[in-house]
Design a protein around this ligand. Sequence first.
Ligand code: SF4
Length: 96
Amino acid sequence: MSLRELVLGWQDQALCRHYSYGGVGEFYRMDLSRDDRTKLRRICSDCPVQPDCLATAMIEERDVGLVSRFGFRGGFTPTERHRLAKRWRYNDEDDR
Ligand code: SF4
C-alpha cells in the first residue's frame, strides 16, 4: 500500500463521489437550503468513511477561521465545523 493510499485511500469509498445529482460539487455549493443540508447529512451519515472525512477536514482547517472553511464535509457545514473546532480547543485547554 502506498503512502497516498494510506492517507487518502478512504476517498475512494466516499459516497459523495457517486452522488448522482450534482456530483461532489453539490457538497460545495454556497447556497445550500435547509432541505439540501438535510439531504446531504443523510448521505454523510450512511458514508463508510465519514470519520476519516471529518478528521481530514478538521486537520486541514485547524488554523483557519470560519470564512476559510468551505463545503459540507463529514456531515458538517463550515459553521458547524468551526464551532466543533472551538469546542475541541476549549476541551484541550481544560485537560491541561
Ligand atoms: S462523509 Fe465526507 S466523504 Fe462521506 S459523503 Fe459526506 S462529504 Fe462525502
